[in-house]
Design a protein around this ligand. Structure first.
Ligand SMILES: Nc1ncnc2c1ncn2[C@@H]1O[C@H](COP(=O)(O)OP(=O)(O)OP(=O)(O)O)[C@@H](O)[C@H]1O
Ligand SMILES: Nc1ncnc2c1ncn2[C@@H]1O[C@H](COP(=O)(O)OP(=O)(O)OP(=O)(O)O)[C@@H](O)[C@H]1O
Ligand SMILES: [Mg+2]
Ligand SMILES: [Mg+2]
Lengths: 254, 254
């Protein structure tokens, strides 16, 4: 039984892709089989996992718009137990191209019905468009990376409204996996204030693990490696391993 | 003759909104009249300039989708010479709602034909969707905030391709105003490497002024003030004033 987790937040630059890659690699390192779906036209998760643009043959676009078979779209990465369906620029026209498709919200859910991986992580673009709605419809739960900044907090209520709409509509089983604080700098008053506000508002839905700001995390993609391989002893790597452990425990793997 | 500048980059969280607000306030401080158009469904520029969600009556959505009159949509801010047309969540369905509209790329250009402000700054969402294409079609030039990080650099070529398509299509007059490095930390190898790569690739198109990472910039929105009022002596405020001066000089105002 695969656990499909949508990693989403319409606020840009909050660490969605970094969380997808790092958490994915940490879960794979614990022996779980992990499939990443790159739903972002920027294709950052694909680049960060080492699949160059010229090597992206059948992609998420083919899976959703052309009805390609999931097995044909999956490619390996340099990390054991971690595979990916890559993202490309043509995804940015998906909203318009799928306009008339009756099952346009369910295309990803239908495509993923055949997976056998322990975890499927969906990296979403920074918007609440059809691609993100497909992710929320296909997912069993949603993981929300939250930068401890003012604008990021402002967007949270809009995101929660969208999650509620999906739960009342195409995906009644959608749960909240949790909120994970990213790029956290405890010396900064604003960050501490945001943490306090979020824990007050969402309680146990906020993971105990906070991901600190760590330059090694922003360097890793230029070496096309996840942090767990680029610098396994870094604070960033250790934090994502702790997040993975927290998640595995909640799911009864340990 | 208004100068309409689209502030855009599909990469999320690179400082588009912060640049729109801070540069806008700095230009207004120099006596220029400035109009901000908030094209982002998140509405961050509207919040950052102090217009709360419940006070957003006629908005960018009304301007584009309902054909409201520009004059009716403009509201004042707490900053002299700086006004705004606010953004709201209903913008996120604009792509689909304007699907059948023949002039759907030109709606913003048509609406702005009546402006008399010295500068019109267009804050774009983190995507290359219809809202951003409207901004690129309406603009005389495009200003690209670029975070000195690996993924941000990766997205630059996709953005330049889109600019070229708009110039070959609906807006032959579109120029590049420039690239401004944001959240720049000179102690960080990656940042220095990105700066070197960008200046090599784009030469004089890169502004001399770099915007440093400065926590006061991320605090200002929670006080609904631009940095030039929240903390006029901060490095962030001084950097955006230098950017404004550089721009005014290029445009022959000084
Ligand atoms: N904990 C961290 N410490 C330092 N840098 C980080 C951290 N997490 C992410 N970054 C960097 O910050 C930038 C934004 O992160 P990322 O691209 O993962 O966010 P995103 O939410 O996926 O962005 P988008 O909205 O564009 O999809 C990237 O350059 C990334 O390398
Ligand atoms: N120079 C800076 N120093 C420190 N923090 C900054 C700086 N510029 C922006 N920020 C903060 O970084 C975050 C991202 O900036 P901002 O929201 O302006 O980016 P954006 O490109 O508009 O994001 P989006 O893609 O979501 O529209 C915000 O929380 C902002 O306050
Ligand atoms: Mg991303
Ligand atoms: Mg913004």
């Amino acid at each position: 039984m695969s656990r499909v987790v949508a990693i989403t937040n319409q606020k840009g630059g909050v660490g969605k892709t970094t969380t997808t890659i790092s958490l994915g690699a940490a879960l794979a390192g614990e022996g779980r089989s992990v499939l990443v779906i790159d739903l972002d036209p920027q294709g950052n998760a694909s680049t960060g996992l080492g699949v160059m643009p010229e090597d992206r043959d059948l992609t998420t676009y083919d899976l959703l718009v052309e009805g390609a078979d999931l097995g044909d779209c999956i490619v390996g990465t340099g990390t054991a137990n971690l595979r990916i369906v890559t993202g490309t620029g043509d995804l940015s026209s998906a909203d318009v191209e799928l306009m008339g498709e009756r099952r346009r919200l369910h295309l990803l859910a239908d495509a993923l019905s055949a997976t056998t991986d322990d975890y499927v992580l969906l990296d979403c673009p920074p918007s609440l468009n059809l691609l993100t709605l497909n992710a929320l419809t296909a997912a069993g739960s949603v993981l929300i990376p939250l930068q401890s900044e003012f604008y990021a907090l402002e967007g949270l209520s809009q995101l929660m409204r969208t999650v509620r709409t999906v739960r009342e509509g195409p995906n009644p089983a959608l749960r909240i996996e949790g909120v994970v604080l990213t790029m956290f700098d405890g010396r900064n008053n604003l960050a501490r204030q945001v943490e306090q506000d979020v824990r007050a508002a969402m309680g146990d839905l906020v993971f105990g693990t906070r991901i600190p700001r760590n330059v090694r995390l922003s360097e890793a993609p230029s070496f096309a490696q996840p942090i767990t391989e680029y610098d396994p002893l870094s604070v960033g790597s250790r934090a994502y391993k702790a997040l993975a452990a927290e998640m595995l425990k909640r799911h009864g793997w340990t």
